[in-house]
Design a protein around this ligand. Structure first.
Ligand code: UDP
Length: 241
């Protein structure tokens, strides 16, 4: 199918929490299939989709080391990266159970379960219409999968980085805690930086800002939102130069 939307290639950042039932940890295949179905429908509109998957539903390095002096911080981050591979496997099977062709690629070497991430190979999969799932983050500790999403978007020359979250977009404060938090429809990178707004981690923001890569933050819990985002409809918060 030919896409009627504004984007040819998108990076979709799915956090680990989108894989767990509300308020829980671990993996709920019901949730994974739900987000997979949305993603597949979006893909069928004719865009190329590369998913960067998080691991926070299983383990976040920075949280894991709190009060744990017996594990090195770097080790904890590697554990987090491996968590993204576990999520990647679940996502791959969920998408394939719906008939969507996928490839799982990992930046961290994981022979036996995932292909190595090789830029040209990743692009080839996209051109052939496969949804690629990018696991292993950046392959390096001390950052998060937001940074991986920004880096992969630049490497793969995506038109936009879409970050699916639990809230409708970017607010002046945490909307789950402060009922007076103001919602922003459009922001510039400058505003995000100056107001210290929580969009993505600062390294990810810096990458996007430097390379003029737009970000869309939107709510994955509203059914049909991934499709709307792909069509370029007005949802969530857009961050541009
Ligand atoms: N991580 C890392 N390097 C990376 C990506 C991830 O060390 O390039 C580790 C980090 O500890 C992180 C964890 O993997 O907390 C899981 O990723 P993230 O927190 O980004 O998952 P999400 O919040 O998106 O579910």
């Amino acid at each position: 199918k030919i896409t009627s939307g504004p984007y040819k290639r998108i990076i979709l950042k799915l956090s680990g929490e989108s894989f767990a039932a509300a308020g829980e940890r671990g993996i709920s295949m019901e949730e994974v299939v739900h987000i997979s179905a949305q993603t597949y429908r979006a893909k069928q509109q004719g865009v190329e989709i590369a998913i960067v998957i998080g691991g926070g539903n299983i383990l976040r390095g920075a949280q894991f080391i709190a009060g744990n002096s017996s594990v090195h911080e770097a080790t904890a981050h590697y554990m987090g990266m491996l968590a993204t591979v576990i999520n990647g496997l679940a996502l791959q099977d969920a998408l394939e159970s719906l008939g969507c062709e996928t490839r799982l690629l990992s930046t961290l070497k994981c022979d036996g379960v995932a292909e190595p991430f090789i830029r040209r190979r990743a692009r080839r999969h996209l051109e052939k219409g496969r949804v690629i799932i990018l696991a292993g983050g950046t392959g390096a500790p001390f950052v998060t999968t937001d940074t991986a999403a920004a880096q992969k978007a630049l490497e793969l020359e995506a038109d936009i980085l879409m970050k699916a979250t639990r809230v409708d977009g970017v607010y002046s404060d945490d909307p789950e805690k402060n009922p007076h938090a103001v919602f922003y429809r459009d922001l510039t990178f400058e505003q995000v930086r100056n107001q210290n707004l929580r969009v993505m981690d600062p390294t990810a923001i810096a990458h996007c800002m430097e390379h003029n890569l737009p970000i869309l933050v939107f709510n994955y819990r509203t059914d049909g939102n991934i499709e709307k985002a792909v069509r370029g409809e007005q949802i969530g918060t857009r961050v541009t130069s």
